[in-house]
Structure formats: C-alpha cells, structure tokens
Design a binder for this molecule. Structure first.
Ligand code: UDP
Length: 134
C-alpha cells in the first residue's frame, strides 16, 4: 500500500473540549505519524480560502464563523493509505450518522461543530497541506 500524506484539523469544538491528545492517540494507534503541525487561530480569510469549495453552500458563513471561533490544531499525517484511513477514523460528517467508535461519534456535537477535518482525496490532501505548510 502507498505511503500517503493527509491534512488533519482538530476543529475549535474539540480543542475547547481538551481532547486533542485523545484524538491523536487514535491516529498514532492507526499508524499515522505527525510530519508537520501548527496550533493556530485561523483568520477569516484563511478559513474562507480553505473552504472556498463550499462558498456557495448555505452553511458557508456559519462554517467560517465556527472555524475562527477558537484555536485549531492543524497537522499533516503520514502513513499507509493515510487519506482513507484518516477519513475512516473521523466518521461521517454528521455525528448522528457516524459509526460507533469514530472520532465524530465520540467527540462531535453536531454537523457543523464536528470535531475534525480530513482531506477527502489524495489530490486535495496535497493542496490542503500546501495551503497550511507551504
Ligand atoms: N458542514 C455544515 N453543514 C452541512 C454540511 C457540512 O456545517 O450541512 C460543515 C461541516 O463542518 C463539514 C464541513 O462543512 O465538516 C465540510 O463539509 P464536507 O461535506 O466537506 O464534510 P467533511 O469532508 O468534513 O466530512
């Protein structure tokens, strides 16, 4: 299997809940390694740029507002099949639909405050890693 990199964000709700360590333990146990990290509070334009693909969606404004509401932990993770592995660990976008034992099922409150972001393809992973880490 290919060694890949993916972009992971612990969103403001999960940082506020003080579960960064619990979430990273899951990544570590799944064989995903942190290769770049940044604890930061996103600016409005950083958040808008990151989610630009969603700018016509009805939830865009609230999503940006939420993403800048507190600090986030941004990392690039590396490992076998990293993109899909990280998506599997996260669970479905809506925590009510997320499988038991996934990060969103265990830590997320709602579809908008859903604890984590993860790249959805290898192509987007490369774009998103570049966006945060150059
Ligand atoms: N989102 C939202 N309302 C929706 C759909 C999505 O607030 O109805 C937010 C949610 O935080 C989600 C993000 O927009 O994580 C990006 O949506 P996407 O469909 O790409 O989901 P993801 O890849 O994060 O599971």
């Amino acid at each position: 299997m290919a060694i890949e990199r993916t972009l992971s964000i612990i969103k403001p709700d999960a940082v506020a809940k003080n579960v960064i360590g619990q979430i990273y333990t899951r990544f570590e146990n799944a064989g995903l390694k942190v290769v770049a990290a940044k604890f930061t509070q996103l600016t409005q334009s950083e958040a808008e740029g990151f989610y630009a693909v969603h700018k016509e969606r009805p939830f865009f404004k609230d999503l940006v507002k939420f993403m800048i509401s507190g600090p986030v932990m941004v990392t690039a993770l590396e490992g076998e099949n990293a993109v899909l592995k990280h998506r599997d660990l996260m669970g479905a976008t809506n925590p009510k639909e997320a499988a038991a034992g996934t990060i969103r099922a265990d830590f997320a409150e709602s579809i908008d405050a859903n604890a984590v972001h993860g790249s959805d393809s290898l192509e987007n992973a490369a774009i998103e890693i570049k966006y945060f880490f150059g």
